[in-house]
Design a binder for this molecule. Structure first.
Ligand SMILES: [Zn+2]
Length: 339
């Protein structure tokens, strides 16, 4: 018996060690760590964006480093906190079938939202055209929805820029024209577009990193010439770094994160009453509300919260209002950071 115990004592730790190696190989430990909230320390280049909510209608707090980077690079997580305007935004990577009804509800409540889309969503032609026609703004949620701080600077640039190219090709083409006069106008427009064709020349060097502490002094032109200008950028997963936001700003974007959100990105419906209550309790001046539209709960949720937000005394800010808020608005106006 004693011999058996000794053998077990020797073999068990060895076995456990082997199981750990195998699980590590399949990424299982990382998954377990994530699910239990024991995430590995974040990469020094990635800024963690997390909100400190309250139910007193006050601006939620964010980490100091996140706030500093947003302030420096034309980014916002909340609008003007001295005004009672709130902003509605959606992130959409594919169409599960609810966006048409969402647009109806927004129209019926006089709300103009920002829809952050990936390139995959651009195949939903009639919905995207309807968003534009009804006064919503299309935001750049990148081409492939990658975790930008982990990419090289070139890859990061490409993922932002390729959405813009895909959008322009489909939705910003000049109309087909036959007359000489129209052709001349078209030529003029193309000449005005000339700086845009220089994008690639201004693209970062292939070996440059999108991680922090990398220097790149090249400038990118803004988007003022476009029929439907893509003004807003939202990094996938809300993950960013100093360099990601610097790159987005150089490409002419205002980065827009959010100051209120619920867990609504699963396909399974959620408890609409609880979600409504949570959103309304947290609603605050300048609120940027992030919603997803991948399960049907979003429809009754929107139907309830929009009139209730109004009855709390707030109004809905337009994408135009949002674009005019200075990036460093919060500097000196309020200190709302946590460490
Ligand atoms: Zn996303």
């Amino acid at each position: 018996m004693n011999t058996l115990c000794k053998k077990l004592l020797c073999v068990l730790p060895l076995g456990l060690l082997m199981v750990c190696f195998v699980m590590r190989g399949f990424g299982c430990l990382d998954l377990l760590a994530q699910e239990s909230g024991l995430q590995a320390p974040p990469s020094p280049t990635q800024i963690s964006f997390g909100l400190g909510h309250n139910d007193k209608h006050q601006t939620p707090t964010i980490a100091k480093d996140a706030k500093a980077v947003l302030d420096n690079f034309n980014g916002l997580y909340v609008g003007d906190t001295t005004q009672n305007k709130v902003y509605i935004t959606f992130d959409l990577g594919y169409e599960p079938g609810y966006t048409g009804q969402i647009l109806d509800i927004l129209r019926d409540n006089g709300v103009h939202a920002v829809f952050f889309l990936t390139s995959h969503y651009l195949s939903e032609t009639s919905l995207v055209q309807r968003m534009i026609a009804e006064g919503h703004s299309i935001g750049n949620h990148t081409h492939k929805h990658k975790n930008l701080p982990t990419l090289s600077r070139q890859e990061c640039y490409d993922d932002i820029h390729n959405f813009e190219i895909a959008f322009d090709q489909k939705y910003n083409q000049p109309p087909q024209q036959d007359t000489k006069q129209d052709n001349a106008q078209h030529e003029n427009a193309l000449q005005k577009d000339a700086p845009r064709n220089g994008y690639k020349q201004d693209a970062p060097q292939p070996n440059a990193q999108c991680k922090d502490n990398q220097q790149d002094t090249k400038q990118y032109d803004a988007h003022s010439h476009k029929k439907h200008a893509i003004k807003f950028f939202r990094p996938p997963y809300g993950k960013f770094s100093h360099t990601v936001l610097e790159q987005a700003e150089r490409m002419g974007y205002k980065t827009v994160l959010w100051s209120n959100a619920i867990v609504d990105w699963h396909k399974e419906p959620y408890n609409v009453q609880q979600a409504t209550q949570k959103i309304l309790q947290r609603t605050h001046n300048g609120q940027i509300l992030l919603l997803h539209a991948i399960n049907p709960s979003v429809l009754p949720l929107l139907t309830q919260i929009l009139p209730k937000i109004k009855s709390q005394g707030y109004t809905f800010g337009t994408p135009q209002d949002l674009s005019q808020i200075p990036s460093n608005f919060a500097k000196g106006n309020f200190d709302n950071t946590h460490s």
